[in-house]
Design a protein around this ligand. Sequence first.
Ligand code: BJW
Length: 224
Amino acid sequence: MRVVVLTGAGISAESGVPTFRDADGLWEGHRVEDVATPEAFERDPDTVLRFYDARRRAVASALPNPAHRALAELEDALGDDLLVVTQNVDDLHERAGTRRLVHMHGTLAHALCTACGGVSTIVDDLADRPGCPRCGVRALRPDVVWFGEMPYELDRIERALVTADVFVSIGTSGNVYPAAGYVAFASALGARTVELNLVPSDAAVPFDEVRAGPASQVVPAWVA
Ligand code: BJW
């Protein structure tokens, strides 16, 4: 059985990582749409860099929860027949043991140099404007995907969706494309679709099965 799992901020909520669009989803009064765009970075780079430095520090002290661990156990059982696609920029899936993982919106731990295109592990706060380890220019931004930018590894994700028997969406509101379109894509290709969410999302194409509840409970129960 081939399975593609899509995860969103809800899977990390019980690890203490705030979601984007729930009640506590604001950062210093900013909506995600106001800080997660290339235009916001151009207009006010200090605010955007501080936003990502703060989130990187918060994630470093967070721990994977039973939902992350259940997906790592599922990989032990399914091996190459499981692909986890996360929209999250935290590293809680990796720390729980998941290996076949796509970070389609990038990762908080990496910097992207806008001068040379090099990707490096962040050592010092980006708001302090460290130089790029490759070219030395002080032009680092977080290696995350903002609105209007192309998400990572879309070909790999689509190849997995084409052959998937089951598509599972966990803890995502389904507001952001292309991820929000995967349920329709997988469904049209014949996959069974399942949503695990605290509150069922308002998906344009209904899931075949919906299980409501906190990820730390519904994901281990679904995997079992
Ligand atoms: C729990 C829980 C618990 C809580 N247990 N569950 C019109 C139509 C189609 C597309 C567009 C359009 N207009 C514009 C676009 C494109 C745009 C887009 O989608 N805009 C929308 C606003 C409409 N998309 C893009 O620009 C993307 N790029 C793109 O399209 O490129 C061109 C392209 C063309 C053709 C093919 C492919 C591509 C890029 C999008 C980049 C998004 N970036 C962000 C920031 C990343 C960096 C960072 O983290 O700061 O990604 S925005 C933010 O939203 C972040 C998230 O990954 C993403 C999704 O959020 P998520 O995970 O769903 O979180 P929430 O908060 O929304 O929901 C939380 C959920 O958890 C809720 O459902 C809760 O119920 C649940 N929950 N507690 C279980 N305990």
